[in-house]
Design a protein around this ligand. Structure first.
Ligand code: 1PR
Length: 562
């Protein structure tokens, strides 16, 4: 039965394809990698997961002659699935660093989202599909959300309507998937669109199982995985998932965060601080241990987390590529977690003890290869922003600029660790100050939010507001906004701060620090323009499960992925 269980993958090595590989293997398929154009022509089923930028992907295809092979393969109506950029490349051309010619198989242009009307770019998160025609592979999706992450998209028109199988609305209606015969393409990421569907095993699957075909798991199959499964096994059947919520627009995301570090015994543990202090207040003063990173990530995925973040909180000290356990954590986590993974801590240039220099892109690449979808930069982004504000020149040399140029800004998060500094008057500092909702200890009515580096250990001469605007210009795709004062306090997010920053930039902002109850998530989503809310302590201590947060938001009429 081997011939039916092999899928050919066109991976030109520009980003995280590990999760797709894991998803394919999870479904019991073997992967053969395309080495030459001939492998494309000989494929039985071909998956093309485009990652990175349009121009560089097209370059590789043209240089290797794979553009022609793809053209022939698709013209001959051979089974094909293009994902994200793998769909975009089928169009005539893209405006990304262009115009740059695509494969020209589908009429239309790939253009940038328009962020002027309040829609943040990149479009990141879980959105709804409007099915336009029988797409076959989307049969099990029903009313559920799927995961998008992109700044460019193609639009439906009279010229391409025979291709369009679904659209999604984000400011405009754009093409979410195409299908013609055996040729499929999706703008979203099936391998990241987790969520449970209880599938009924068809006789076909059973037959394959009996004939010693490897099927990793029988029971719950994820929404996203169901799409892959339908492509890989066109005869397979699933059941429509009975959902509570009906997806209609971009959902607010709930993110579980794991602060990771090595404890005094040398084990990598999930820890959690109070205002960034992660040590127990006992005689031993040990690092708080709240569990094992891979296990907890798996648990949070099952509980419905929309993303999982790992922050290597001593990354500023240790060299991350020397920190193999963290890479191991990612590799293992990405085998079972089919929602996006972010990793942060220590992402910067580095020269190790032997004098070997690693560029920040090399460091990031290692994380992407190990299963990260996004990397998060803390301290190094502060230095880059300070430099940029001083010189007003984009040198292109910072880790932030370099990584976002190679991997796209949707893959680069900047993590901000600000501390509130109260003021009598907003004119007392040269940085943006705001009137605070709750006055300070001496009746101060104003505050500014001072950025820190090295896990809050060092204050810097820049505010969160200035930093956020600068890093947006330098190529950040998203902001993870912590607040040292609120961290671990369980008293709610710093709404003043989240409002300030989410109104200042047009990239998505993740509110973090201080969640203590389900109501706090409702509050931050209704009182600020945060796109996502992140929490740690309440999930680790099992005080508030992720399901309760989602349930509460749903009940209050906030769009979430269920
Ligand atoms: O500077 O690039 O090496 O990155 C270091 C990263 O590690 C940054 O993202 C920084 O925020 C993080 N970090 C450094 N030290 C600490 C610490 O706690 N001592 N953790 C730390 C940041 C904040 C959140 C936390 C939320 C929610 N922790 O990650 O999870 O505050 O917590 P809560 O829900 O329990 O309130 P670089």
């Amino acid at each position: 039965s081997s011939s039916g269980s092999v899928v050919t993958l066109l991976d030109y090595g520009a980003g995280n394809v590990r999760s797709l590989r894991n998803a394919i293997r999870y479904l019991g398929f073997e992967i053969e990698d395309v080495q030459t154009p001939k492998d494309i022509l000989n494929a039985e089923r071909l998956i093309f997961p485009g990652v990175g930028a349009f121009a560089s992907a097209m370059d590789v295809l043209v240089k290797t002659g794979m553009d022609e092979a793809l053209h022939t393969y698709i013209k001959n109506d051979r089974p094909f699935l293009g994902i994200c950029l793998g769909l975009q490349l089928l169009f005539e051309y893209s405006e990304e660093n262009g115009p740059v010619n695509g494969l020209g198989l589908i009429p239309g242009v790939v253009g940038r989202f328009n962020s002027s009307n309040g829609f943040r770019v990149p479009h990141i998160g879980w959105n709804a599909l409007q099915i336009a025609k029988d797409s076959e592979i989307l049969e099990d999706v029903g009313d559920q959300h799927v995961y998008f992450v992109h700044s460019y998209r193609a639009m439906p028109s009279d010229d391409n309507k025979e291709w369009v199988s679904s659209t999604c609305n984000y400011g405009d209606d754009f093409i979410a998937s195409i299908r013609r015969g055996n040729v499929h393409g999706v703008q979203f990421h099936p391998e990241k669109s987790g969520g449970k569907i209880f599938c009924v095993l068809s006789f076909y699957l059973l037959f394959l199982y009996v004939s010693d075909f490897k099927i990793h798991k029988f029971l719950p199959v994820d929404v996203g995985l169901s799409i892959l499964r339908r492509f890989l096994q066109p005869n397979s059947r699933g059941t429509k998932n009975p959902t509570q919520g009906k997806a209609s627009k971009l959902a607010k995301r709930v993110i579980a965060c794991l602060d990771v570090r090595t404890n005094d015994k040398g084990d990598l543990v999930v820890t959690k601080g109070d205002q960034y202090d992660v040590r127990e207040h006992t005689k031993e003063n040990e690092v708080r241990n709240l569990g094992k990173p891979v296990e907890l990530a798996g648990q949070y995925y099952k509980d419905g987390a929309d993303e999982v973040s790992f922050l290597n909180i001593t990354g500023f000290r240790d060299f991350p590529l020397g920190d193999l356990p963290m890479l191991q954590v990612l590799r293992h986590a990405s085998e079972n977690v089919f929602v996006p993974l972010t990793v942060g801590g220590g992402i910067r240039d580095f020269t190790d003890a032997n004098g070997r220099y690693y560029s920040s892109v090399e460091v990031a690449s290692e994380y992407f290869r190990s299963g990260a979808d996004k990397i998060s930069i803390g301290s190094d982004a502060v230095y880059a922003a300070e430099e940029y504000l001083k010189s007003k020149v984009k040198t292109g040399k910072s880790s932030l600029e370099q990584i976002s140029r190679v991997y796209g800004n949707q893959a680069v998060v900047v993590s901000i660790d600000p501390r509130r500094v109260y003021l009598k008057s907003p004119n007392d500092v040269e940085f943006k100050a705001i009137r605070v909702t709750k006055p300070g200890p001496n009746g101060e009515e104003y505050a500014w939010y001072q950025c820190t580096v090295n896990g809050g250990r060092e204050d810097r001469p820049i505010g969160a507001y200035e930093l956020a605007k600068a890093v947006e210009e330098l190529g950040a795709g998203e902001i993870l906004l912590n607040c040292i004062d609120c961290d671990g306090q369980g008293k709610g997010f710093d709404i003043d701060l989240v409002k300030l920053i989410s109104d200042a930039v047009s990239i998505p902002v993740i509110a973090s620090s201080g969640a203590g109850a389900v109501e706090h998530f409702y509050e931050v989503f209704t009182k600020s323009n945060a796109s996502a809310a992140l929490a740690a302590g309440i999930f680790h201590r099992k005080e508030v499960p992720i399901q309760s947060v989602k349930g509460h938001l749903l009940k209050e009429g906030i769009e979430v992925r269920i």
